[in-house]
Design a protein around this ligand. Structure first.
Ligand code: F6R
Length: 672
């Protein structure tokens, strides 16, 4: 969701923050802002923010009486993309070597200058950026308002800023006549006036209910950034005499590859000389406020992996990366001779997997569609029952987990709040919790009992493409492995492996052969108001995925349906204005799908078929046919989804939509 970046060191912070924000923009892009700690000379510089949020205002912060330099807090923020913030920041350059920056994806309060982060406390001396949701912010806000606090924005984050301010500054409380209410907070100690920023943040966080990744700076403590995490990822970067904080590593890898991952209920105080980490509150594992030592880890991520590499959009680049990413998902995992695979992250759990009476898959969005196909694969080849459920549903009902059940959470980001919560719920009920994850070191990867990385590399386009086909590749490996533990013969295992090995080349051929045709198709259908996607068996979830891709980036209403279900309702929608994409490779249900195409044609719908090369029969029925190479039925989704990704991309660009940053969406959904 929102993106966070912070810097403390000896270089100018603003350019580092702005370039970090550009890299994070895919996480949220309705507004952006930064806060800098600026050393002031005799001249008064700006501090705080006017109520319309557009320009910094002077909050009266002066040099000290003896003429020493003091620190001012400068905030620049505005509605819109990071480029708008850049323009704003360049119009009045500010200098400082400590600062924090944020890109927002609105939860509380519409996108506006005022609701943008950073937010300040009552004194306008403390600034905070926040990713997550403070659930009890209204009650805290009421209490603070009753004590004289005034709020400029509609956000939950501003309330947290004020709460931290209360804990931090006794003089502020005296100055605003609030001291008589201090005891109501119930946490203030007699020496409150001498509290460190870290302690003030920690005490405030002990009052809030919700999720957060935050970074806080204060003009009264200008040599530090305090950050904390509960439910929203934060990674700390360790450079040479400089330190960083970010919501994901892409914001800082241009500067360092040495990182520390904060876990939930942990906070850090970052100064120019190092990082100190501690727990926030007592949680059954720790007593709270305990110093902890965190390992410094190295991240392997190349800078070019997070750049566009000559493509117009990340989404198109990622679609074209698929021959390589599918290869990477298989690399080093195939045992050709044995007709089997070896998945390193599952090696410690082979017994449990062999004995599992049932697998439970949980995921959201595109990852859920991959999971649905995984269920079909595993049930067909390993004959183990698989239940699949949206993580958001699983977590809030009372799901049944029985002795020996093994759970798989599928997530590109490894940070999706619902998937993480569903995994935790499954674990709590006794399931072995395994992850199928892309982002190395992400929360789901770290909290799982084991799992498999899909190795697709950073996926920046908000619409997931390459992660989907890599997830499917890993799920087919899993189906082979589970099958070989049970009923699958070595010969069949080898045949599946052989088909898998041929896939990257076939994906490349699909891209080469279909892209031009799809560009033309997109021109003809770009003004459609609705689309229907149909598929059966392995390709029913592909229909769901095709519809999701189209609606999320082109804003055309689209529905995915099991082809045979069409008769039970959606057929009423079909007329001469309805394009119907039918995924119809030559598999077991091919003939049935042909009948479904006939039904659409009889009602004058326009059929665009995705069919197997050489299929002449379908040519007579469909208006347009896009051919994909032949492969094993189980693997057809990896090929059939490629034209659907391209179709949504080219329709969206033909409509002038920003495909990498579709409206209202954010890449990793870290709020529920
Ligand atoms: C769609 C899309 C989303 C994600 C979903 C789950 O293109 O990207 O539907 O698939 O938010 O995200 P992850 O896989 O990160 O858990």
């Amino acid at each position: 969701m929102c993106g966070i970046v912070g810097y403390i060191g000896n270089r100018e912070a603003a350019p580092i923050l702005l370039s970090g924000l550009h890299r994070l923009e895919y996480r949220g892009y309705d507004s952006a802002g930064l806060a800098l700690l600026e050393t002031l000379g005799a001249e008064v510089r700006s501090s705080g923010f006017s109520s319309n949020g557009k320009r910094p205002v002077d909050n009266g912060q002066r040099t000290s009486d003896n003429g020493q330099r003091t620190t001012g807090l400068v905030i620049e923020k505005c509605k819109g993309k990071v480029t708008a913030l850049e323009t704003l920041a360049q119009s009045t350059p500010h200098h400082g070597t400590v600062g924090i920056g944020h890109t927002r994806w609105a939860t509380h309060g519409v996108p506006s200058d005022t609701n943008s982060h950073p937010h300040t406390d009552q004194s306008e001396r403390i600034a905070i950026i926040h990713n997550g949701i403070i659930e009890n912010y209204l009650s805290i806000k009421e209490r603070l308002a009753a004590r004289g606090h005034t709020f400029r924005s509609e956000t939950d984050t501003e309330v947290l800023a004020h709460l931290i301010g209360e804990y931090y500054s006794e003089s502020e409380i005296r100055g605003t006549g609030l001291d008589s209410h201090v005891s109501e907070l119930g946490h203030r100690s007699p020496d409150a006036g001498h509290r460190t920023l870290t302690e003030a943040v920690r005490l405030a966080l002990n009052e809030v209910v919700g999720t957060y990744g935050i970074a806080v700076v204060s003009a009264d403590s200008p040599e530090e950034i305090v950050c904390a995490r509960n439910g929203s990822p934060l990674v700390l970067g360790v450079g040479d005499g400089e330190y960083f904080v970010a919501s994901d590593a892409s914001a800082i890898i241009a500067h360092t590859r040495q990182v520390i991952y904060l876990a939930d209920n942990e906070m850090a105080t970052i100064t120019r000389s190092g990082i100190k980490t501690r727990t926030i509150s007592a949680d059954g594992l720790s007593g709270g406020n305990e110093e902890i030592t965190k390992p410094v880890e190295r991240i392997e991520m190349e800078l070019e992996a997070i750049e566009k590499g000559g493509y117009e959009h990340f989404m198109l680049k990622e679609i074209h990366e698929q021959p390589r990413t599918i290869t990477d998902a298989m690399r080093g995992r195939i045992l050709e001779e044995e007709g089997n695979v070896k998945l390193g992250g599952l090696q410690n759990h082979l017994q449990e997997l062999r004995r599992a009476p049932r697998l439970v898959i949980t995921a959201c969005g595109t990852s859920y569609h991959a999971g649905l196909i995984g269920k079909y694969m595993i049930e067909q080849y390993a004959r183990v029952p698989v239940t699949i459920e949206y993580a958001s549903e699983f977590r809030y009902r009372n799901p049944i987990i029985e002795e020996g059940d093994v759970m798989f959470g599928i997530s590109q980001s490894g940070e999706t709040a619902d998937t993480l919560a569903a995994m935790r719920e499954g674990k709590r009920k006794g399931a072995l919790a395994l992850g199928i994850v892309n982002v190395v070191g992400s929360t789901i990867a770290r909290e799982s009992d084991g799992g498999v990385y899909i190795h697709a590399g950073p996926e920046i386009g908000v619409a997931s493409t390459k992660a989907f086909t890599s997830q499917l590749t890993v799920l087919s490996l899993l189906a082979i492995m589970l099958g070989r533990m049970r009923h699958l013969s070595v010969v069949d295992g080898r045949a599946m492996i052989h088909a898998l090995r041929e896939l990257p080349e076939k994906v490349q051929k699909t891209l080469d052969d279909t892209e031009r045709q799809i560009m033309e198709l997109a021109e003809s259908f770009k003004n459609a108001s609705n689309f229907l996607y149909l598929g059966r068996g392995y390709n029913y979830p592909v229909a769901l995925e095709g519809a999701l891709k189209l609606k999320e980036i082109s804003y055309i209403h689209a529905e995915g349906y099991p082809a045979a279900e069409m008769k039970h309702g959606p057929i009423a929608l079909i007329d001469e204005n309805m394009p119907v994409v039918v995924v119809a490779p030559q598999d077991d249900v091919y003939e049935k799908v042909l009948s479904n195409i006939q039904e659409v044609r009889a009602r004058k719908g326009h059929v665009i078929a995705i069919a197997t090369e050489g299929d002449t029969k379908i040519h007579a029925l469909a208006e347009q046919v896009i051919y994909i190479p032949e492969t094993l039925a189980m693997l057809t989704p990896i090929l059939s989804v490629i034209p659907l990704q391209l179709l949504s991309y080219y329709i969206a660009t033909a409509r002038g939509c920003n495909v990498d940053q579709p409206r209202n969406l954010a890449k990793s959904v870290t709020v529920e």
